[in-house]
Design a protein around this ligand. Structure first.
Ligand code: GTP
Ligand code: MG
Length: 136
């Protein structure tokens, strides 16, 4: 089985959508949430997490947004969970995301797209170590 690092972004927390999003993840057969924490992310941890995007035009606004309020950080484990949570989330641009997906149902703005989920096994292991060092 796999594990993935999921972040419910500040817009999801502010809008009271965390329960709804967590429910969608919990309902998938055999998936387990094995860590869950509400926390406000600082620049240092965000630079580690989003370092691949440094220098891109959306990087600074993304960092500001991600630090703008508490987020819910989770580890989810289960069969094909990396691909699976990305499928539940939908594409990065919420307007391009189909209704029925989290971003398609609730998002409009590319930056404020509600959820992060690791995009590969390598990313998942890297990101779990950043946010839950004890779970490396
Ligand atoms: P994450 O799960 O958050 O990593 O999203 P992603 O994997 O779907 O997208 P990506 O890693 O390419 O970009 C990270 C985040 O930066 C996205 O979720 C958006 O919030 C933001 N972002 C990406 N591309 C753009 C863009 O072209 N414009 C703006 N404004 N934001 C972007
Ligand atoms: Mg990404």
């Amino acid at each position: 089985t796999q594990r993935t690092l999921v972040i419910l972004k500040p817009d999801a927390v502010r809008r009271g959508l965390t329960g709804e999003i967590i429910s969608r993840i919990e309902r998938k057969a055999g998936w387990q949430i094995t860590a869950l924490e509400l926390r406000t992310l600082d620049t240092e941890i965000l630079e580690q997490h989003y370092g691949e995007h440094k220098g891109k035009p959306f990087y600074e606004p993304l960092m500001g947004f991600m630090a703008s309020g508490p987020v819910v950080v989770m580890i989810v484990e289960g069969e094909r969970v990396i691909e699976g949570v990305r499928a539940l989330a939908g594409p990065t641009d919420p307007i391009a995301a189909a209704p029925g997906s989290i971003r398609g149902d609730y998002g409009v703005i590319v930056r404020e797209n509600l959820i992060h989920a690791s995009d590969s096994e390598e990313s998942a292991e890297r990101e779990v170590k950043i946010f839950f060092p004890g779970r490396g």
